[in-house]
Design a protein around this ligand. Structure first.
Ligand SMILES: [Ca+2]
Ligand SMILES: [Ca+2]
Length: 244
């Protein structure tokens, strides 16, 4: 049977709040919570008119704008935790320790853009860092004017929870002792908690310009002045759209 897509549109409500994590040794941590009023009812396959079998696609579309043209040699990660509401993905600051990966906290999957390709990965272990390629976004756009844009099917991640946690981490050398990176918020530790049971678009502006220009960080989490080389790592705008 041919595969087609359809979307179930719902009305949605939206709010967010923030909480501070005061754990010792952890940078101030803010979580953005996106809440909805209506639960999803559809998943898997359903019967379409004339008995046609159709695949229900739960789309998560992300657009990220950087402060310079994308550098194919850098690494652009969009880590996701499919069990939203936990620690969420945050950048790892190796502090001079060699061989450390680029993400810590909690993360189960990530989309990567590198050398002109978007790929989708499952994280098998954060420590030691082990991952497995599982495919690619269902659609994507080549970088244009410093913008990355792609759509994934949430069902490809095996999502069962009502929300997911997301961060964006752009880093020049993700496994080197020294590195320059940017992630959401001034310390890279602000995480989007996105309700995946409702249709909604969330933008940087909606959240009070959560991400700003010229807030690059080094391997110790200290502010790194923006240069022409590192400008393509500096996140300046983003949007996340859930379409189920
Ligand atoms: Ca930032
Ligand atoms: Ca930035």
């Amino acid at each position: 049977m041919p595969i087609a897509r359809f979307n179930l549109k719902r009305q949605a409500a939206f709010c967010y709040n923030r909480r501070m994590d005061t754990s010792p040794g952890v940078s101030p941590f803010t979580k953005i919570v996106v809440l909805g009023m209506f639960l999803s009812a559809a998943a898997g396959c359903a019967r379409f008119p004339e008995g046609q079998t159709v695949k229900v696609v739960k789309e998560l579309s992300i657009e990220i704008v950087f402060n310079g043209s994308i550098n194919d040699d850098f690494f652009y990660f969009m880590p996701i935790d499919i069990e939203g509401g936990g620690t969420g993905p945050t950048p790892l600051f190796p502090g001079g320790t060699p061989g450390q990966p680029w993400v810590t906290g909690s993360a189960t999957h990530y989309v990567q853009f590198h050398q002109g390709q978007y790929t989708l990965h499952r994280i098998l272990s954060l420590d030691p860092f082990q991952f497995q390629p599982i495919g690619a976004p269902i659609s994507s756009t080549p970088p244009q004017d410093g913008t990355l844009s792609f759509t994934i099917d949430l069902d490809d991640l095996g999502i069962t929870a009502d929300s997911i946690d997301i961060n964006f981490i752009a880093v020049d050398f993700p496994f080197e002792q020294t590195r320059v990176l940017d992630a959401l918020g001034p310390a890279g530790t602000q995480i989007l908690n996105v309700d995946v049971t409702i249709d909604r678009t969330i933008t940087n502006t909606d959240l009070g310009d959560l991400e700003i220009p010229d807030d690059l960080l080094d391997e110790n989490g200290n502010r790194e002045p923006t240069s022409d080389r590192t400008r393509p790592l500096d996140i300046v705008d983003w949007s996340v759209t859930v379409d189920i």
